[in-house]
Design a protein around this ligand. Structure first.
Ligand SMILES: Nc1ncnc2c1ncn2[C@@H]1O[C@H](COP(=O)(O)OP(=O)(O)OP(=O)(O)O)[C@@H](O)[C@H]1O
Ligand SMILES: [Mg+2]
Length: 315
């Protein structure tokens, strides 16, 4: 049996970003998380495992890879078409001035997907082995490796579940983040992705994960939540009261579906900038009074909690 590395030891973490539904804010939040981790001095690899829509390049504003790469992306690597995934140094390649590496920003490397790479149909052993090799390689080089998976019970999810259950990757610290919007459908869907039929726990167990340990490594991220202050700013009292009622009902629903506070990594507030434009929220955006300060703080707090061992103590 490999010795399971506990959180905090070396602080090296593999993070898998999942969601049941599409459009949950999984990629935008994961990219912002990556940026905040770099601000805190950690080197980060961001792997675009969203085979259907590999657009991480657009979020980092790298025009040459905004829809993925022509060749040598993650998708074709897994299929065995080449042995080295293209690496894009975000600070060097981005068109966004504020993202270029300053004295405070550590290395952020994007491993893009292949342009037009459709969702996988195959999950054979060779693909799983190549996935494990890639993750091991990155884990030795970067403090945090963030893998943005395709939505739902995808082949991408199955491949990484299989790879992380197999030695030597099984001994590394893996975290599973499940992103969802703050609505009834999204709460039920997120719970289903983890606890439901063919969900993360069931599938994980099939590949050899210990169900309880796997559950301990899962946390939820609520995105674009209209907070109390934003609700209170609504003009009509009836509207404010109604929104408060809905929020209460959603909290109850989340608790009943095992998405209560202890299972939550954090939440991001509804941010007008992100409603209009998918991007990294820089401190400069906040200082210019364009983005809300709460948004920058929320991403910072998500990053802090992600690497804090206290977050991952047994529930
Ligand atoms: N806190 C927020 N406030 C407002 N809008 C947000 C927030 N977070 C994300 N969004 C917006 O929600 C939309 C969906 O986000 P994103 O593309 O990250 O979702 P996704 O789950 O990765 O989707 P897909 O399944 O298509 O990959 C984007 O337009 C994004 O800018
Ligand atoms: Mg996405």
């Amino acid at each position: 049996m490999p010795v399971r590395m506990r959180s905090g030891e070396g602080g090296i973490v593999l993070v898998f970003s999942t969601s049941d539904k599409g459009g949950t804010g999984r990629s935008v939040t994961s990219c912002n998380l990556a940026y905040r981790l770099c601000l805190s001095g950690r080197t980060v690899a961001y792997v675009d495992f969203d085979f259907g829509s590999p657009t991480a390049g657009a979020l980092f504003e790298i025009s040459t890879v905004e829809r993925g790469v022509d060749r040598n992306g993650v998708h074709s690597y897994l299929l065995g078409e080449h042995d080295a995934v293209t690496r894009v140094d975000v600070a060097a390649a981005t068109d966004r001035g504020g993202l270029r590496r300053g004295p405070r920003l550590s290395r952020l490397m994007l491993l893009p997907g292949d342009q037009g790479g459709a969702e996988f149909l195959s999950r054979d052993q060779a693909i799983v082995d190549r996935c494990a090799r890639l993750l091991l390689e990155l884990e030795q080089e970067f403090k945090v490796v963030i893998v943005d998976l395709s939505a739902g019970r995808s082949a991408a999810l199955e491949i990484v579940l299989h790879a992380t259950a197999t030695a030597p990757l099984a001994s590394r610290t893996a975290r599973w983040l499940v992103f969802h919007r703050w609505t009834r459908q999204h709460i039920l869907a997120a719970s289903g992705l983890v606890h439901g039929k063919h969900g993360l726990l069931e599938m994980g167990e099939v590949y050899g994960h210990n169900r309880d340990e796997l559950l301990e490594s899962v946390r939820y991220v609520r995105t674009a939540v209209s907070g109390r202050a934003a609700r209170a700013a609504q003009q009509r009292p009836a509207q404010v009261a109604w929104l408060d009622e809905q929020d209460k009902a959603l909290r109850q629903l989340a608790n009943n579906n095992r998405l209560g506070t202890t299972a939550v990594l954090g939440e991001t507030p509804m941010e007008p900038v992100l409603q209009w434009r998918e991007q990294i929220i820089l401190d400069a955006d906040v200082n210019a009074h364009i983005a809300n300060p709460e948004t920058g703080l929320a991403y910072g707090e998500l990053a802090r909690r992600l690497v804090d061992p206290a977050t991952w103590r047994r529930l």
